[in-house]
Design a protein around this ligand. Sequence first.
Ligand code: SF4
Ligand code: SF4
Length: 318
Amino acid sequence: MSQKAKLTNLVRQKAGELGFAFCGISKARRLDEEAPRLENWLKKGRHGKMAYMENHFDKRLDPRLLVDGAKSVISLMINYFPSDHESYQSPLKVSKYAWGKDYHFVIKEKLKILTDALIDEAGSVNYRIFVDSAPVLDRAWAVNAGIGWIGKNTMLISRRNGSYFFLAEIITDLELDYDNPFGGNYCGDCTRCIDACPTGAITGPRQLDASKCISYLTIELKEAIPAEFQGKMQNWIFGCDVCQDVCPWNRFSISGTETAFQPLGNWIEWTIPDWEAMEKTTFKKVFGKSPLTRAGFLKLKNNISFVAEFEEEGNEQE
Ligand code: SF4
Ligand code: SF4
């Protein structure tokens, strides 16, 4: 067996052992086909106030500018669909990806084990790992690696298991065997995600106006959520799953095996007064290791007030 085949087998075998549901490999190249879409999206200001999205335009298209001598992009997907999603009873909603431990740490640890195995086999390896990281067009690479297609909701969808997955990449100077790109798009005539988006953030197939997306409003936006979104949040206080929940391909979602992504503590049963009463010490204790720290205590409290006020006013008027 050639060294290339040996290393490719090692990548796939380790990825499986570490709990990744999908692993695909593409040749590192400039993603010329993505350039006009990215440029257009940025020009229209669809990234809202996430100025960092404007940086490193060329690096985002070409992994060879991120890693010297890059030859391969390894795309990995790990399932975060919670096993007990039906036990979520809180009227205020947190996106499923954030129920457990911060995925950045969990996945980086796994990728470290995978790259250590590659170094053991190949000797010197130049590589970088990326977990949901702005410089890499992770969904485009997953399509290139044959994993699935990008749906009208802009999520990467696998025919087998839907879209409740985290994506990660290893860019490396190792030469590996490459998968064929995924052919086709299985959204068909469906427009459920576009129709169901509470804020009209999906302006067309694969057209996301991030500045209107509840995920952006509740996590990335540093300022107060604009009043125009009052009454449209559908009780989401961190992220939003609507465009994934309505997707027919997620009917096939199965629970992930990674226990770190299961809910930490009993907050999934909190009432609105429980959320409102949350103090900083409780936040740190309950969410200190979760992705909710990305928004931070004050932002989360503001989100809770923004949603709960409307909820309470609505109840009074009934
Ligand atoms: S995450 Fe929610 S707000 Fe954002 S595009 Fe999807 S449905 Fe719309
Ligand atoms: S809801 Fe329909 S249109 Fe949207 S991503 Fe899923 S299949 Fe595609």
